[in-house]
Design a protein around this ligand. Structure first.
Ligand code: BGC
Length: 760
């Protein structure tokens, strides 16, 4: 529908109809206005499959939804580092939505993993905003290519479940921009999601739903978002204020109560009707975009989509350890599959993303025809204490086999939407099982099913570890494909696994005090912190092994000196030096070598996944723009690059940098230096012209003479500029006023004025 037609339609609506259009008709539908031909439009969770509820609606995944296909959750799909794969997965989900008449799927969820404890980490992508936004963008691209909308969520700074509907995320401007907004920014600017879902929490004292600064100034004015903003389910706190801030659609329904408030506010002049009209236009624009592009012939084949879920899962499983190349296993060996999750894998998380899977393939199902594989349950899922009988049985079974593969991880009760984890440990019974099996079976491999980092007290006792994350309903097949080498693992960790929870940068302030949650670690989230502190970690960001080996060579940059407005082209050759075809995630980090602001050692600025046959070489090229070198400057309220040298680093992980180059970047933006009476000698000396102006004042005031004067006494002559700088570096311009009595504040101010004139 054209903008003109939309406006005409809105003009025909009554005030009451318009107000009603701004909240759901029920749990999942927007309002219909039959007399004007406006249809109801259905939205549905998401994000990794459909949770379409035909009957009783709820936002916690409690009631039944239709049978659907559960793809790997966000924790895993991010680990694929594969944009094309995510786009294909999005296309499949988009088609499912078309077939089911769903106009908008509620996702992707891009909130940053500030702490391993967040109950919803399984749904989120990464501790790094670039990974989060690129992976989300790729999924959005796929879904929306089918003329179905997405709702990137939860905007903004929603990084814990504790008090999720009232907590107040206190985040400084630079951190918000570099980390938390950045997770949304790229996907919103590049892939234009049809909708955005605002979060429950406050940001610096203002509810997300009522936050004009982020909903309107940032989202629309800065980033050009042109869809509608919907509330998270029940996130509305002040309907009229929210509407003014840019919150268009309230979900689910307020059963008319908030519609009445809107009508009254227009009638009594508190709300301009044009604000309401704009919101209605935005909503109807999307309603009709879907309606007019309905694929009436769309059908979906759940078994085919299950195969796609398996393909995706194959790229989301990270090989964390492979001592003595214990993997892949031969299918002919005697192998013990140990652990409940071999039979009933934990493959998704609890809450609003919970899918009613049409079928589930476990690892045991996958090997059902293989008599050389035996099974022992080992532990009771959802329990923290050891079942001695099951443990003894498992040890016996493992001992008699050539290899033991233990399927372990986190039970549903340990991580879910709605509450946070209390610690980073796996259930004791599972840790004990792994340790005891490893004692009798030297060839032990652990397959993990969990949505966020765990401690691995047994890591030195086992030879292999596969992090399968929450791999969706086809995970069992995918795990077996990797165990037996039909697929070469190619995923990398999109988050750091710290050695212990206390190492995490948010540890001291994570849950906050009451509702107040201060993000005290600032920009130092994940590897940005561990790197700066040179800390040992269990597994670093970007880490993951393969059954083949890759060599990197020929790192080239197309220029060594550039302006911050130039593009830099970076190329590197990657060769598969092993004997198996495989995929490698090439990671490009940039570090500012010297900076006046506190910055991370390096930050991921791009990545690419390449597929290589044995012996094959491919050249990977990255194009970097200003943002790759910039930090967010809070004086400019904009991104800024400081002139100087930068490291261009190519890594196999954040801790395995294999090649590097230097480039010098010249800033085209001059931030005027503002001199005051508090400016220090050290800062003035950075500019020789400025120092020439200030030096006589300092000499006179501190030593009773003008040291720049050739007739000055021997002591001050003997003092070199270097010595003077070292001794007086932190002396403010006003300092001399207190010493010889021959310099007044007025003298100092005159110098300050002359210095500031230099900056004009
Ligand atoms: C969740 C959203 C979800 C919505 C609808 C909320 O509780 O935070 O992610 O889309 O419910 O189920």
């Amino acid at each position: 529908m054209t903008t003109e037609n939309l406006k005409e339609l809105v003009e025909k609506m009554t005030l009451e109809e318009k107000a009603a259009m701004c909240s759901g008709a029920d749990f999942w539908h927007t309002e219909a206005v039959e007399r004007l031909g406006i249809p109801a439009s259905m939205v549905s969770d998401g994000p990794h499959g459909l949770r379409k509820q035909n009957e009783e609606g709820d936002h916690l995944g409690v009631n039944e939804s239709i049978k659907a296909v559960c793809f790997p959750a966000g924790c895993g799909t991010a680990a694929s580092f594969n944009r094309e794969l995510l786009t294909k997965m999005g296309e499949v989900i988009g088609n499912e939505c078309q077939a089911e008449g769903i106009s908008v799927i509620l996702g992707p969820a891009v909130n940053i993993k500030r702490s391993p404890l967040c109950g919803r980490n399984f749904e989120y992508y990464s501790e790094d905003p670039l990974v989060a936004t690129e992976i989300a963008g790729a999924l959005i691209k796929g879904v929306q290519s089918k003329n179905v909308g997405t709702s990137i969520k939860h905007f903004l700074a929603n990084n814990q479940e504790t008090r999720r509907m009232s907590s107040d995320s206190r985040v400084d401007e630079r951190t918000l921009n570099e980390i938390y907004l950045a997770a949304f920014e790229g996907a919103i600017k590049k892939q234009k999601p049809w909708t955005v879902m605002c979060s429950y929490n406050k940001i610096n004292g203002v509810y997300a739903a009522e936050n004009y600064q982020y909903l309107t100034e940032t989202l629309r004015n800065k980033w050009g978002f042109d869809g509608y903003v919907m509330s998270d389910w029940g996130a509305i706190n002040n309907r009229v204020g929210d509407l003014k801030a840019g919150l268009d659609l309230e979900m689910p329904t307020s059963l008319g109560a908030n519609d009445k408030l809107i009508v009254e506010a227009v009638q009594n002049g508190e709300l301009e009707e044009s604000v309401l009209d704009t919101a209605v236009e935005r909503i109807l624009n999307i309603v009709f975009r879907f309606e007019e592009n309905r694929d009436k012939d769309a059908t979906w084949n759940k078994d085919e989509d299950h195969e796609m879920a398996r393909k995706v899962a194959e790229e989301t499983i990270v090989l964390l350890k492979n001592e003595e190349n214990i993997l892949p296993l031969s299918e002919k060996e005697n192998i013990a599959f140990i652990g409940k999750y071999a039979k009933t894998p934990r493959y998704q998380g609890g809450g609003s993303s919970h899918i009613n899977s049409h079928k589930i393939t476990s690892a045991l199902d996958e090997v059902s025809g293989m008599s050389n594989i035996v099974y022992a349950q080992g532990y009771i899922d959802e329990e923290d204490k050891t079942d001695e009988k099951l443990l003894a049985e498992a040890i016996e079974t493992a001992k008699n086999a050539k290899y033991a593969v233990i399927f372990a991880g986190l039970p549903d009760a340990f991580e879910s939407e709605g509450f946070d984890r209390e610690h980073m440990a796996m259930p004791n019974c599972q840790n004990e099982l792994i340790a005891k099996v490893a004692e009798v079976q030297p060839n032990t491999i652990v397959v993990l099913h969990n949505g966020s980092p765990i401690e691995m007290p047994w890591i030195d006792k086992v030879k292999g570890v596969l992090e399968a994350y929450l791999g969706g309903q086809a995970v069992g097949g995918a795990v077996c494909d990797i165990l037996f080498g039909k697929v070469n693992p190619s995923a990398k960790l999109p988050e750091t696994f710290p050695l212990k929870l206390e190492d995490n940068p948010s540890y001291l302030s994570y849950f906050g005090e009451g509702d107040m949650v201060e993000y005290r670690e600032g920009i130092f989230v994940g590897y940005r912190y561990y790197d700066k502190k040179k800390m040992d970690v269990l597994f670093p960001f970007g880490y993951g092994l393969s059954y083949t080996t890759f060599a990197y060579s020929n790192l080239t940059v197309d220029k060594e000196n550039m302006k911050d407005t130039d593009m830099l082209s970076v190329s590197v050759d990657v060769t598969n030096t092993g004997s198996m075809a495989g995929k490698e995630v090439v990671q490009l980090y940039v570090g500012d070598k010297e900076s006046t602001v506190i910055r991370p050692v390096k930050e991921l600025r791009d990545f690419a996944k390449v597929e290589l046959a044995p012996g094959e070489t491919k050249t990977v090229t990255f194009i970097l723009d200003k943002r790759a070198f910039a930090y967010y400057n809070v004086e400019l309220h904009d991104w800024h690059v400081e002139s100087g040298e930068f490291d261009i680093l190519i890594g196999k992980s954040s801790r395995d940098i294999v090649l590097s180059k230097n480039v010098t970047v010249e800033s085209t933006v001059k931030i005027p230096f503002v001199y005051t009476t508090d400016t220090t000698v050290g800062d003035i000396m950075k500019n020789p012209e400025a120092w020439a102006i200030a030096k006589p004042l300092m000499s006179q005031g501190l030593f009773g003479d003008d040291k720049s004067n050739a007739e000055g006494d021997a002591a001050s002559e003997a003092m070199s500029d270097e010595m003077m700088e070292a001794m007086l570096r932190y002396m403010p311009l006003r300092g001399p006023v207190s010493f010889q009595g021959n310099v007044s504040m007025a003298d100092v101010q005159k110098v300050v004025d002359r210095l500031n004139a230099l900056e004009q």
